[in-house]
Design a protein around this ligand. Structure first.
Ligand code: CP
Ligand code: NVA
Length: 308
């Protein structure tokens, strides 16, 4: 209905259940009908301050499949890397392109870019959120389980960007979300509070349970992410110790429902947050999940910059 047209996608906290459901339905349509000219002549600038495989390739291929074009801009190469301001960059790019995707070290920079850009800005991962990932996650869960409402998804590991966005969307879709993080790595209390308020409104729940064995009881989905995110490399030795009891392995999987699915945003570190036997085993849907990044992002792009 065009309600999202022109809007930024920085966090799902700015959206409602009806809009998210509409994106999921459109993603399903696009998965069945990938090629169109629906974004003919449209250009997406993609600014990366950090590495990427999935986000970069899925956005670029997605744009091309819809008749548009995408530009890969690494901050090492563009003038931001030499001190040109985000505000100036936002205004300059707005004169050339129809939308900007930004992967950045800080949500503040993302907000600054969005404030000064006259075109929609899409969060391609920041320190607090990873909204495109979470939309692909719930789309995948819907494919696997046939519903979202009442599905129990248990996130094991770091209460980080990936966990935050998943908590928000799970709550908004009436799911039962449990986050099992070791002490010191709990999700941001403010995001927990906001997700719990959403869950209350939509009939779901968001619960913190430090003990992973208790957390995965009756789980429909077990989800994990790396213990050391991009930019935290100097903490990796400490994190290996702090997270050692939060590994997703077969023993943990056996404590969930027998038809439990395993998800991971990827990239993965086998032997750390997940064992090879789990991520390469029969419960894993991680490559289906990775492919779905493209379908949901195409739906986002059509919603915010599609021809009316
Ligand atoms: N999951 C994800 O965002 O992957 P990339 O870092 O490869 O984009
Ligand atoms: N939490 C990870 C996700 C990578 C897609 C990171 O921020 O590096």
């Amino acid at each position: 209905d065009g309600s999202m047209h022109g809007k930024d996608v920085l966090t799902w906290l700015d959206y409602n259940q009806a809009e998210v459901s509409q994106l999921l339905a459109q993603a399903q349509h696009l998965k069945e009908n990938p090629y169109s000219q629906s974004l003919k002549g449209k250009n997406l600038a993609m600014i990366f301050e950090k590495s990427s495989t999935r986000t970069r390739v899925s956005f670029e291929v997605g744009m091309v499949q819809m008749g548009g074009h995408a530009l890969y801009l690494n901050t090492r190469d563009i003038q931001v890397g030499r001190g040109e301001t985000i505000a100036d960059t936002a205004q300059v790019l707005s004169g050339y392109v129809d939308a900007i995707m930004f992967r950045t070290t800080s949500h503040g920079k993302l907000k600054e870019l969005a404030e000064h850009a006259s075109v929609p800005v899409i969060n391609g991962l920041c320190d607090i959120y990873h909204p495109c990932q979470a939309l692909a996650d719930i789309f995948t869960i819907l494919e696997l389980k046939g519903r979202l409402c009442g599905v129990k998804v248990v996130y094991i590991g770091d209460g980080n960007n990936v966990a935050h966005s998943l908590m928000i969307l799970a709550a908004m879709m009436g799911m039962e979300m449990v986050v099992s993080a070791p002490d010191g790595y709990q999700p941001d209390p403010l995001i927990t509070e906001k997700s719990q308020a959403l869950a209350k409104r939509y009939g779901g729940s968001v619960v913190l349970e430090e003990n992973p064995e208790k957390a995965v009881k009756h789980a429909d989905v077990i989800y994990t992410d790396v213990w050391t995110s991009m930019g935290q490399e100097e903490e990796s030795e400490k994190r290996l110790l702090d997270f050692k009891d939060h590994q997703v392995n077969e023993a943990l999987l056996n404590k969930a429902k027998t038809n439990v699915s395993f998800l991971h945003c990827l990239p993965a570190h086998r032997g750390e947050e997940v064992t090879a036997s789990v991520i390469d085993g029969s419960h894993s849907a991680v490559f289906q999940q990775a492919e779905n990044r493209m379908h949901v992002q195409k739906a986002i792009l059509q919603a915010v910059i599609g021809w009316k």
